[in-house]
Design a protein around this ligand. Structure first.
Ligand code: NAD
Length: 297
């Protein structure tokens, strides 16, 4: 089987890399965290000394799973980056959630070296990353995507090509804005119920099977009732995604007032020291706004 380069072994990248190893792909991995590299090497991967080395050691595919655009730019075009180690015919699959604008810029840069780029961000979180059941939304050349699909299928339950390079990132932004707005709607509704003297849990039970029902309601309302805000998906990552929503909206002249509003709420939460909490902690924002507690005693 062909050797894959894998760069970025965090909450998501680590289990995704392990699933590729389990599927039999030899991996050459790199992360600035030596501990993360060590853990994945204990499962059978080989360590590279830099992103350039990981690219050099890869047969065709180099996967990146990094926090945001600046990290991916650094790993692709920075010192000892992929661009220094790659060769014509290789394919970079960026699975990080970054700005589609940055993704297209990097794609153009790599194209000059004869390297194809696919953007393939994911939805699903750590648990689905571990189970290999992520939703993967991709953008890029159709032929390159079809060839890479068997690899992506080792990490995801659904692997969908949405359009050209950047379309995967735009899809992810749509996902993130719907989720953020949906969670704030849940928190706003539950705070109203509490303030009006009606038990939020019973409101939840009454409405969950109706039109207001959603996966966000199912996952986040119980967290608010239990004060259970360990992540999950962290506020600081969602802030990053909503900044990317606004940057992208502005670049195409699309208006996104609700995303801007939710971003403000999340920044306020981060300023209170909650940046590491689950995004369900929008419940805390509404508790403070309304001087109520959603947590059941
Ligand atoms: P993370 O912060 O846990 O992991 C990122 C990894 O990248 C870290 O191990 C870090 O050391 C490494 N890194 C940073 N800069 C580097 C560099 N220059 N060279 C090499 N390695 C470098 O983040 P995560 O939770 O794994 O998320 C990764 C991406 O996936 C993000 O874009 C995030 O928005 C997205 N995502 C996360 C979740 C989730 O639930 N955590 C769900 C879906 C999508």
């Amino acid at each position: 089987m062909q050797t894959i380069g894998f760069i970025g072994l965090g909450i998501m990248g680590k289990p995704m890399a392990k699933n590729l190893l389990k599927a039999g792909y030899p991996l050459v991995v790199y992360d600035i965290s030596e501990a993360a590299v060590k853990e994945v090497c204990e499962c059978g991967a080989k360590a590279a000394a830099s992103s350039a080395e990981a690219a050099k050691a890869a047969d065709k595919y180099i996967i990146t799973m990094l926090p945001n655009s600046p990290h991916v730019k650094e790993v692709v075009s920075g010192k000892n980056g992929i661009a220094e180690g790659c060769r014509s015919g290789q394919v970079v699959i960026d699975m990080s959630s970054i700005s589609p604008i940055a993704s297209r810029e990097l794609g153009a840069e790599l194209a000059k070296l004869g390297v194809t780029m696919i953007d393939a961000p994911v939805s699903g979180g750590q648990e689905k990353a571990e189970k290999g059941t992520l939703a993967i939304m991709a953008g890029g050349d159709e032929h390159a995507f079809e060839e890479a699909k068997p690899i992506l299928e080792k990490m995801g339950a659904t692997v969908t090509l949405v359009g050209e390079l950047g379309a995967g990132q735009i899809t992810k932004l749509v996902n993130q804005l719907i989720v953020g707005i949906n969670i704030s709607a849940v928190a706003e509704g539950m705070a109203l119920a509490k303030k009006a003297g009606v038990d939020p849990r019973r409101v939840f039970e009454a409405i969950r099977k109706g039109l207001a029902g959603s996966q966000c309601l199912e996952d986040k309302a119980p967290r608010m009732f239990e004060g259970r805000y360990a992540p999950g998906f962290r506020i600081n990552l969602h802030i990053k995604d909503l900044w990317n929503v606004l940057e992208t909206s502005r670049s195409v002249g699309s208006s996104a007032p609700l995303s801007a509003q939710v971003l403000e709420m999340m920044i306020a939460l981060a300023n209170e020291g909650h940046e590491g909490l689950d995004h369900g902690s929008l419940g805390l924002y509404y508790e403070k706004l309304n001087n109520v507690s959603l947590k059941e005693s």
